[in-house]
Design a binder for this molecule. Structure first.
Ligand code: CU
Length: 132
């Protein structure tokens, strides 16, 4: 083999190695792009008080991580619960609690505060998580 052929072979094999190395790079890029937007966290800040929840309606997508900061500026404890979604959290007086949840099924789910003003049966102590 003369030197010219040797150097051509060397260049070809270097190109080949780069191409092989680039395949997983491109495929992982494609994966990242396709998973992108649905996994984005939906953040909410909800004030809980004797007047109810503000806002009282939370909208998100199925499978999305929902992060809700519940802020209680009052001297009594409040609560954030849902029988349909099977969760129950205390929100102590003058503090805030961050709750994260994922709802896989579209629907209109009721949540409530069950520790004040007549509890969960009182419509003003209720809110909704709407999943599309
Ligand atoms: Cu309450």
């Amino acid at each position: 083999m003369n030197n010219k052929i040797k150097s051509k072979l060397l260049i070809l094999s270097i190109i080949g190695i780069f191409l092989i190395a680039a395949i997983p790079l491109f495929s992982s890029l494609k994966e990242k792009l396709s998973v992108g937007s649905p996994s984005k966290v939906a953040n909410f800040k909800v004030i809980t008080s004797m007047a109810g929840f503000d806002p009282y309606k939370i909208k998100a997508k199925a499978g999305q991580t929902i992060s809700i900061e519940l802020v209680n500026n009052e001297d009594i404890e409040h609560h954030f619960g849902s029988d349909e979604l099977n969760f129950s959290y205390k929100v102590p007086a003058n503090s805030s609690v961050v709750v994260e949840l994922v709802v896989d099924k579209a629907g209109d789910y009721l949540f409530f505060c069950d520790v004040c003003c007549g509890g969960k049966k009182n419509p003003s102590m209720q809110g909704r998580i709407v999943i599309s």
